[in-house]
Design a binder for this molecule. Structure first.
Ligand code: AHG
Ligand code: MN
Ligand code: MN
Ligand code: MN
Length: 335
């Protein structure tokens, strides 16, 4: 791979090749990347920057917010308000949408984000990240309302995440495969380090929070029990397990080496489809996984085809290596 292709150069060249990235979308993605760089700096300071611990406030999800949840949210809002590429934003950490103030030019894109994913890992120095999804504002209308965000994941025009780990890495799709950029702190820019990420169709690695086993529905229990039976069981091979409890990190591992990630419905909160949020966790991650040759379902259907009813809607998630997601989903048809 040619050295030193920056994110900006990559986006300009992608725009020139197949115009998948109009100038306004390129601007938006560069602004999001710059915001992620600022979040990465705050994350790296940790206790030295006073960013650890709880903020004592609660978000619309009913979660106690961490200081970094709020810091990351504010960084993304401030970075994206003035550029003229956005009409409004939605976030895990905001009850409703955030309109671009009238003093700034209004754009045609809608940005959704989980500003800090994996919050339970912040204070114990385990990798966390930011997840983002871009939709287009419906044509031919002046203002923006929350219902304009309620579009299926198959309507996304860009999706990605930035993982704050040993490296700070931005992973992005605009519908033409998945590219990965690593932050070069000396230059202060994201450098292309991998293109066309591909998830192997088979795997021996599953990711699920096993402590919830007694709450799962039978198809999930069957699928995991068979993995645990190993080579003497019906799968004929031994499996390994990973659960980092930052979706961004578990999904990154799967994009890099395969695997299946499951956060299924469970009977602790039967009225909720699952723990993860459709609009700014499951949809962007599902598009990335599909663009890398994997699959993403809620156990019954393709996540990207789900029509959202509410901005903070939950969804069950099974995603990763194609053949394993197909099997786990098929079990939902039989049980
Ligand atoms: P967030 O920190 O943005 O609220 O998301 C946390 C999510 C997701 O990142 C992870 O896969 C899952 O919660 C972990 O849930 P458990 O702590 O129940 O394992
Ligand atoms: Mn999250
Ligand atoms: Mn979050
Ligand atoms: Mn949260």
């Amino acid at each position: 791979m040619a050295q030193n292709i920056s994110l900006t150069r990559y986006l300009v060249e992608q725009q020139r090749i197949d115009d998948k990235i109009p100038a306004q979308l390129r601007l938006l993605l560069e602004v999001v990347a710059r915001a992620c760089k600022s979040i990465s700096q705050a994350v790296n300071k940790g206790a030295l920057g006073g960013v650890l611990g709880s903020a004592e406030s609660e978000n619309v999800q009913g979660e106690i917010q961490k200081k970094l949840d709020i810091i990351a949210n504010e960084v993304l809002i401030e970075a994206n308000e003035w550029g003229g590429h956005l009409a409004a934003m939605a976030s895990e950490e905001m009850d409703t949408i955030h309109l671009v103030p009238n003093r700034y030019p209004q754009g045609e894109y809608l940005l959704l984000f989980d500003p800090l994913d994996g919050s339970s890992n912040i204070d114990v120095n385990v990798s966390i990240g930011t997840i983002f999804s871009v939709l287009k504002k419906p044509e031919g209308q002046a203002g923006v309302q929350e219902s304009d965000f309620l579009q299926a994941g198959n309507k996304q025009v860009a999706a990605g995440y930035c993982i704050y780990g040993p490296q700070t890495t931005l992973v992005l799709t605009v519908g033409d495969g998945v590219a990965m950029f690593t932050l070069d702190r000396e230059q202060g820019s994201f450098i292309l380090t991998q293109e066309n990420l591909t998830i192997p169709a088979d795997t021996k690695e599953f990711a699920i929070n096993m402590s919830n086993k007694r709450h799962w529905a039978p198809p999930v229990t069957r699928y995991i029990d068979e993995c645990l039976e190993g080579k003497d069981g019906p799968r004929g091979k031994d499996f390994n397990m990973r659960w980092i409890a930052s979706m961004v990190t578990d999904v990154h591992r799967i994009l890099m080496r395969g695997g299946i990630f499951m956060y299924p419905w469970d009977k602790r909160e039967p009225e909720k489809a699952g723990k993860l949020r459709l609009m700014y966790e499951a949809n962007p991650m599902s598009w990335l996984v599909e663009q890398a040759g994997g699959l993403a379902t809620n156990g019954r259907q393709r996540i990207l085809d789900l029509e959202p009813g509410k901005l903070h809607e939950r969804v069950a998630v099974i995603l990763g290596s194609k053949n394993e997601v197909e099997r786990a989903t098929r079990y939902h048809d039989t049980l």
